[in-house]
Structures are given as C-alpha cells and as structure tokens.
Design a binder for this molecule. Structure first.
Ligand code: AMP
Ligand code: ZN
Length: 666
C-alpha cells in the first residue's frame, strides 16, 4: 500500500468511527466542525487520487446519485409480515400453539418494539453493504441502495468480520425531532407540512436524488439477521453480535423466560412509548431459539415464531352521515361509512369500513349516530362503536342492503359467510370489469399498456365481456376509442400478446377463482401441473393437497363445473396462454416420492429446511407439519423436537436422516 493510500484508508476508518459514535451510539467525541474538516481532507485526497475510489467511503454519504426508475428485485428470502394480536389472551393462545408444536413449555422469548417506518432489507457480502431493497410485496421490492447509503447509522463497511454473506432487516424511521425540524422548515418556506413521520420516511426512500435523501434526518433500526448458515443459536445472540459490528439495534430489546414477563414489557412500553424519540405501534414477541424458529416455520403470510402485539390505536368520534355499498370482483358487498371529516392519526378521514351486516347489527350502527373511528395498522380506518348517549330520539336501526347497488340483483348470503354477495356473476358490470382488471393486474398477467379505466371503457363499448375477449381485440377496434391513439392501441395489443408468456401459476391466480390467491395458485400449479388436471380434480383430491381446505376446494369445483368457465379456458388455451407448467419447470421434478408424506424436524447439515421441503415437493412427495398415522417418514435433523420423537415412537413411524432421504432420490 502506498503512503497516500494508507492515509486515505486511515482517514476513512477514523471518519467511520466518528459516524458510528455520533449516529449509532449517540455519543460524539469530536465537534461537527472537526469532523467536517477531516471529511473535506478525505474528499480532496479522493479527488486527487481517483484510483483509490471506494463506493463505501464516508464521502459517499452525501449522495448525488440520481435514480429515475428503481429496479425491482426479487428477495432472496421472502419478507413476511407479522401476525397481529390485540390482547393478552391472543398472546397466551399463541404461546400454547407454539408449545404444542415444539412439545415443550420451556420456550424463551425476545421482546422488541415494533418500529413504525418502512421496512428495508440490507445485504452484506464480506463485510460490505451490497444492496438495500424495500419490502415491496414481500416477494419483490425496489432497489434503493443509493438512497440508503446516505443514512449515516447504516454501516457501509462493518467493523469486524461477521457472517460472510447475510441479510439484515430493519425499519427506516424518521425520529420526531428531525420530522418536526423538516416541517418547521417547510412551513417557513410556505410549503405544506408532512402528515406523519412514517409516510415521510417511506416516501424518502423513493426520492430520485439521493443528495436530497442525505439531507433528511432518517435513521435505521435493525431487528433481524437472515443467513443460510447462522453461527448463532438464538435471535438475541445474532442481534447482539450484529450490534458489535456496527448495526444500530435499540437497547429496549429484551430476552424473557415466559409470556408473563412479556406482559410486563408490554405494560411498561404502553405508556413509556410516548417518551421515545420515534414512533412505535406495538411490541414484537419472537421465539428466541433459532432451531425452534426453524421448527415452527411460516404460515402463508407470517412466521409462526413471532407475533406482534398492537398498542391500542388512536380513536376519534364523528358523525356517520350515510352508508354506501360497494361490490367487489367476486361479488362480495362491502358496506362503507361516509363520515363527517375528522383528523385521525395524521390524516383526514372521510370514509371508513363497516365490514359486514353482522358487524353493523352487533354494534347497532345507525345513520346520524356519533361513532368511534379507529385507525390501526390497516390503511382503511374502521368504525368500532357508537356513542349511544348522543343517539337521536328518532333514530332507526339500519336495514342492510337487499339488492346489488350495481345491477340490482337480490343479494345472497350463504351460511357461514360473513359477507353478502351479488350472485349475478356474469351480468353484474362491476364483477365483470373487476375480474378483467384482476386478470391484467401486475401480479397476475401484468399486461402493459392496459389499465383499469381502459378495461371499463372497453366493456362499455361492448368490446370485451370477459378476459378471453382481450385476446380477440384488434388495433382498429381500439383506435377510435376516447383517449386512444395508434401508438397506445398498438402497445395494448403488444402487452396482451406478451402475456401469453406468463407462467401457469400466475395465469391460475389471474383467473380470479374465489379464495385462490397467489400462494394457493402456486401450490395448485405445482401439484396439478396443468389446468386440465386441476379442473378434473374432485373435492377429495383437492383437500388432500397440503394447505388446501374445504372452502378453497369447493370454490375450485364450482369454477370447474361451470360451463362458462370451461369455455373461457378453452379459448385461453387456443390463444396460447400458458395453462400448464412449462417443460423447464417440470424438468427438475420427479414422481419418485408420489404418495409419501414427510414430516421434517430439526436442523439439517446439507440443506435448509425450506430446501428440503422444496425437494420433497419437487419429487412428488408431500410435506406435513404434524405427525399422524398417515405420515410415511420423519426426516430428523439435529435438535429434533422431543414431542415429535415420542409421537413417532408411539405411531411407529420410521425416523430417517437427511442422507437416507437423499438416497431415496437416486
Ligand atoms: P405488518 O406490516 O403489520 O405485517 O408488520 C410487519 C412489519 O413490522 C415488518 O415488515 C417490519 O417492517 C415491521 N417491524 C417493526 N419492528 C419490528 C421488529 N422489531 N421485528 C420485526 N418486524 C418489525
Ligand atoms: Zn351485482
């Protein structure tokens, strides 16, 4: 190393340490002025000797990179959401479920605050920040690395070795102090103040000019290390070690031995949270042992090993002026409250959800009532009760809608369904356009050049009445329409044409079969491999598929027996839409394990639990989460749960090793 290079590196190290002292430890050891002098010195050296450029130098924190379009990237590990709980009973139930699965009542928990901001996934390789991606829909997010690098508390380079390659997740927040200062400056400049810190933080991540992000007093609190091979045994240990290498992990983190102590933590923070420098909307409780976490796994949406406890949301009262009814693409009716506008949790609320007829009856909600409105984690506020003292003498109970607001068909409600439905599936305009809009949406057929409004227009002009009609559209038919030109018409046709490449599982989701969401569609595609075998499947065959319940099975059978759908599918096929898995995705799949049901328990040496499960499914086997008479084999890794061991012995189910399993495949 040359002298110059050494000098540059020494300055960088020193500035990194000062950054850390100031932004992570909140304990500066030099004045801002001294810091600026050193930073300037470094900047000058870097300008003079560009051969020593380092994208992770402290000089890079000031930003300046412009991003026009944030690249969408697929998360290596899905970013799940969290199950919510609102009461201590919920937490006790959660604990019972966990103890049952693990077969022990000795489970340690960690308690953390639920930081209210925008979630972020940071990837580090060999101690250096490689990328920062927003959560997005959990599967894919936006690459916002250039902006994230300007947040001083996020290390660009770690202090010591940690894990060679890992992800760390956290929340980008805007502490109150910085938020208020930003707003004061805006007001002085004659601009409107920002509504709340959370939205401002998440909005900041998508600014095009990273220099502007650098000027915002953003912070990042971290809470989860994700790695293929974790060298740690507990969540607490992984966080403590992450803290040692420079990450900002709040001190209010705590390890507890039982759920009782979790309550103490919740009670303490329920009032103490108002003294925090940033917003929190709850507590997150996690199972501390990583082996247990692995054993508990995930539901379709959230880890089983964690739960959020939400503090009571902010509530306001206001007058309910009227109730209107909306129809969704599945025909479900949603009652909506039209309110006297009221300021709530940073926004002006004019409409709120009323859920369904039962809820309205149960709470006895009536027009002209003064109602309590609450805004929890959900975006849409909801009506949670009535101030009966303010009820007017002439008030009358609400009579729920009897007919569809759109097509005037009498509504129906099946036993056990909370919602009313408009049964006019193929004649109700909102349902028709809603289904087509769902079909073309981003996660479904992702048709470029065609939007929700155009679908309504095409329907109004009688050019389409179902999604198959899209594929018959001609440029000449579209050009004469309002706001359409040759170019946009051509783009639309091109987009429709291109959708023929969308893989089967997404087509299946696009069909809009009730209860068949993205995850279920994936499961079904994998299991049945083609629309033909799915539509031929009986109710029994369907419920035999892992995670397919009666409700879903019934809905698929109904769909498949309907002549209209059969014709639509035939048409889609004739246009070349993917209605079976491609040869490529079938390639790695065999039927070797056909009919065998596996239970996987413990930690494995050669692959992760998820890889193992995927391998079983790819080879035609089934994975079940609990041992029963039907289980064919239990694959046991290290630390297999003791209750599973006992149960396996009881039912005399063979317990095999990872290697035994791999030998089955050859
Ligand atoms: P929700 O968006 O309500 O499903 O809650 C899940 C989100 O909570 C996660 O995506 C995180 O962004 C956020 N979160 C905030 N604090 C924590 C924490 N301490 N542990 C885990 N997740 C957290
Ligand atoms: Zn209708």
């Amino acid at each position: 190393m040359t002298d110059i290079q050494q000098k540059i590196e020494a300055l960088r190290d020193e500035l990194r340490q000062h950054n850390y002292n100031y932004y992570v430890l909140d304990n500066a050891t030099i004045s801002d002025y001294e810091f600026d002098i050193k930073l300037q010195e470094l900047q000058e050296l870097e300008n003079k000797y560009p051969e020593f450029f380092d994208p992770n130098s402290p000089t890079q924190r000031v930003g300046g990179e412009i991003t026009k379009n944030f690249e969408t990237v697929t998360h290596k590990n899905r970013m799940y959401s969290l199950s919510n709980s609102y009461s201590k009973e919920d937490l006790i139930d959660w604990e019972k479920r966990i103890q049952k699965i693990l077969g022990t009542d000795k489970v340690e928990y960690t308690c953390e605050l639920k930081y209210d901001g925008a979630s972020i996934n940071l990837t580090y390789e060999n101690g250096v920040l490689k990328s920062a991606v927003t959560r997005g829909d959990g599967f894919q997010g936006d690459d916002v690395t250039a902006n994230i690098k300007t947040i001083r508390s996020i290390p660009l380079q770690l202090k010591h070795n940690f894990i060679d390659s890992f992800e760390i997740r956290g929340e980008i927040i805007l502490p109150f102090k910085g938020f208020n200062e930003m707003n004061a400056a805006r007001i002085e400049a004659g601009e409107d103040p920002y509504m709340n810190p959370r939205n401002t933080a998440s909005g900041s991540l998508k600014l095009q000019d990273s220099a502007e992000v650098a000027n915002r007093p953003l912070d990042c609190l971290l809470y989860h290390v994700v790695a293929d091979r974790q060298p740690f045994k507990t969540h607490a240990a992984s966080l403590e070690n992450a803290k040692k290498v420079g990450f900002k992990i709040p001190d209010n983190f705590k390890v507890v031995k039982s759920i009782d102590v979790v309550f103490d933590y919740i009670n303490y923070w329920d009032t103490e949270r108002f003294n925090l420098p940033y917003e929190t909307d709850g507590v997150v409780v996690k199972v501390n042992s990583l082996a247990y976490q692995d054993e508990l796994g995930y539901t379709a949406k959230a880890p089983r090993w964690a739960i959020a406890y939400k503090f009571k949301a902010e509530q306001k009262n206001t007058v309910l002026k009227s109730i209107s009814y909306q129809v969704g693409r599945t025909g479900a009716i949603t009652p909506v409250a039209n309110l006297e506008p009221v300021a709530l949790a940073g926004t002006i609320v004019k409409r709120a959800s009323l859920h369904n007829a039962d809820q309205i009856a149960k709470l006895d909600i009536r027009v002209n009532d003064t109602v309590f409105v609450e805004k929890g984690g959900e975006i849409i506020p909801k009506v949670v009760g009535v101030d009966f003292a303010k009820r007017q003498a002439d008030s009358k109970p609400t009579i729920y809608a009897t007919h569809c607001p759109d097509c005037n068909t009498a509504l129906v409600r099946k036993d056990g369904d909370a919602k009313h439905y408009c049964p006019n599936e193929y004649g109700c305009p909102t349902q028709i356009t809603g289904r087509i809009q769902h079909f073309i949406s981003r996660k479904a057929m992702d048709i470029d050049g065609l939007g929700a409004e155009t679908v309504e227009l095409l329907f109004k002009e009688n050019l389409i009445t179902n999604y198959a009609d899209l594929y018959d559209l001609k440029v000449e038919q579209i050009i004469p329409l309002e706001r359409m030109a040759e170019k946009s018409a051509e783009n639309m046709i091109k987009g429709i044409e291109k959708s023929k490449e969308i893989p089967f599982e997404r087509v299946l989701f696009a069909l809009g079969i009730r209860f068949v969401g993205e995850t279920v569609a994936k499961k079904l595609a994998k299991h049945f491999k083609s629309i033909d075998s799915l539509m031929k499947a009986s109710f029994e065959e369907l419920i035999a598929v892992d995670e397919i319940g009666e409700r879903i099975a019934e809905s698929i059978v109904n769909f498949s027996n309907n002549l209209v759908n059969i014709q639509l599918i035939d048409r889609l096929k004739s246009y070349g839409v993917q209605l079976q898995l491609s040869a490529e995705s079938l390639e790695n799949q065999t039927e070797i394990l056909q009919g065998k049901i596996f239970v996987v328990s413990g930690v494995f040496a050669k692959m992760s639990r998820n890889e193992l499960k995927k391998s079983i499914e790819d080879n035609g086997g089934k994975v079940s989460s609990s041992i029963s008479k039907k289980t064919t084999y239990i694959i046991a890794g290290e630390n297999m749960g003791p209750s599973k061991r006992t149960k396996a012995d009881e039912l005399k189910i063979p317990v095999i090793s990872e290697d035994d399993y791999l030998n089955m495949l050859v």
